[in-house]
Design a binder for this molecule. Structure first.
Ligand code: MTE
Ligand code: MO
Length: 302
């Protein structure tokens, strides 16, 4: 990578949190060299000023089908999952394949806070203060080989601890994938917690992916395996319904889901009558990530 997210601010530097985020995003935009001639990022997220959703909202309205398909199921059942000890198998096109213990990984990584917009395909959104480290740092530790083009991810599968997996709602285990350049992007996070605490089980303990410019379902939870490959890996929602869910799944207000528009969203916690707000291109991270997709027909690669 020619650049990385410059992280020279701490939480104590700036109040309120929203201002803190704006400054960070400006720095990120500059570091990415994508803010030509301007000191301000183009991203709507940066202009908006982001107030995180409450801990209660973030932990009680979840999608984690291994614990049931209703939004409140994960909060009710995910305590059954044993999250320690935990290790991630890293294999495929890497120099150093093997089982990496999470404790060991965390001791080698810089854990920092990132306040990100989160946009679900069902048109609700929230703002989450994650803590975690850049996926790029973990991949670098594993040693990505030159033939690698994609990264595949797999969620733990334990039928005795995950009651939802007794039903064929999805083809278990849950799997996801990114192109290597998406995986190496400095915004792409391996999150190990939120609101400064360890990850609540229902949000994907002990470690999950966060890709803020893609729809929520790309952010795979409770990861046990990462595989570097030379071909596009299968993804759970694409396997379940390829017409509705593509490999890329970038937040894009101009490309409708076959059954509904993706142009607007409702921020979680705003109540039943919360007004719909416009969904920005790439979820507000256009300045940082648009260059990854130059020349691609995003109606075809949805
Ligand atoms: N293993 C696994 N990961 C998953 C899911 C899932 O069902 N299983 N749901 C996805 C979907 S659809 C969304 S919107 C987000 C929700 O993350 P949250 O519950 O932390 O808000 O997790 C994603 N990751
Ligand atoms: Mo989702």
């Amino acid at each position: 990578m020619a650049y990385r997210w410059t992280n020279d601010l701490t939480h104590d530097d700036v109040t309120p949190k929203a201002t803190f985020l704006n400054r960070r995003q400006i720095i990120a935009g500059l570091a990415a060299g994508s803010v030509a001639g301007s000191l301000l990022p183009q991203g709507a997220a940066a202009q908006e000023g982001l107030t995180p959703n409450s801990f209660d909202d973030i932990t009680n309205y979840c999608n984690f089908y291994e614990f049931g398909t209703r939004k409140e199921d994960p909060a009710r059942h995910a305590h059954m999952l044993t999250t320690a000890p935990w290790s991630i198998q890293i294999d495929g096109l890497v120099d150093n394949p093997g089982a990496y213990s999470l404790a060991d990984i965390k001791s080698k990584m810089t854990i920092e806070e990132r306040i990100y917009r989160f946009r679900c395909v069902e048109a609700w959104s929230m703002v989450v203060p994650w803590n975690g480290f850049e996926l790029a740092d973990l991949l670098t530790l594993a040693g990505v080989q030159s033939g690698a083009k994609y990264v595949a991810f797999e969620t733990v599968l334990r039928k005795d601890e995950m009651p939802g997996t007794r039903f064929p709602v999805l083809d278990w285990p849950y799997v996801e994938g990114l192109r290597l350049d998406e995986a190496m992007h400095p915004l792409t996070l391996m999150a190990t917690g939120l609101y400064g605490q360890d990850m609540p089980n229902q949000n994907g303990a002990p470690i999950r992916l966060v890709v803020p410019w893609k729809y929520g379902f790309k952010s795979i939870k409770s990861i046990v395996r990462i595989t570097l490959t030379d071909s596009e890996p299968p993804t759970s929602w694409n396997k379940a319904n390829g017409r509705e869910y593509g490999f890329y799944s970038n937040v894009n207000p101009t490309v409708d889901h076959p059954r509904w528009s993706q142009a607007t969203e409702r921020r979680l916690g705003g109540g039943l009558f919360a007004k719909r707000i416009a969904t920005p291109m790439f979820n507000g991270y256009e300045a940082e990530v648009a260059s990854l997709y130059t020349g691609m027909d995003l109606t075809k690669f949805y």
